[in-house]
Design a protein around this ligand. Structure first.
Ligand SMILES: Nc1ncnc2c1ncn2[C@@H]1O[C@H](COP(=O)(O)OP(=O)(O)O)[C@@H](O)[C@H]1O
Ligand SMILES: [Mg+2]
Length: 142
């Protein structure tokens, strides 16, 4: 799936719900879906707040795919200001805005198997989030 939308704050919940609905085909638990929604919210909020400094008419792209072995891959991309020091940005509690918690990347890393950030200052950032879901025995769950 692929969606593209303007950097309006209300589109955080649009992106979150869209990816949540897409992921539901995996028959994963509600808790797992909530975790996926949370990481999408964090990544999309970062585009709005940081990449675009809250300008509302910029473009955000979200892609998601599911592989044959239940590997979920989500890509969140902006063409905003970029990140100069990616490892610093990913440190727990680091934020370039002292009023913020700086925990977005930490949540992404804790709920996903792998988080990859590519960024070019002045060109934009892409965040790739990967997680493989275990099979749930539906009868055991019932
Ligand atoms: N898409 C982005 N574009 C530019 N900078 C970003 C982006 N995402 C994250 N950052 C930078 O990484 C820092 C850490 O992000 P995060 O862990 O989500 O914490 P917070 O959003 O609370 O600052 C941000 O403060 C910002 O400087
Ligand atoms: Mg954040």
């Amino acid at each position: 799936m692929r969606i593209e939308f303007p950097s309006l704050p209300e589109n955080v919940s649009f992106a979150r719900a869209s990816v949540g609905a897409f992921v539901a085909q995996l028959d994963c638990t509600l808790e797992e879906i909530e975790e996926v929604k949370l990481v999408v919210s964090e990544a999309v909020s970062n585009c709005i707040i940081h990449a675009y400094d809250n300008r509302s008419n910029e473009k955000i792209m979200v892609m998601a795919s599911i592989g044959l072995e239940r590997e979920l891959e989500i890509l969140v991309e902006d063409t905003g200001k970029g990140i100069a020091d990616i490892s610093q940005a990913m440190e727990p509690t680091y934020s370039s805005d002292e009023t913020r918690m700086g925990m977005g990347f930490t949540f992404m890393k804790s709920f996903m198997d792998n988080v990859e950030v590519r960024s070019i200052v002045g060109e934009g950032t892409s965040v790739t989030l990967r997680r493989t879901f275990l099979y749930h025995d539906k009868e055991a769950l019932a």
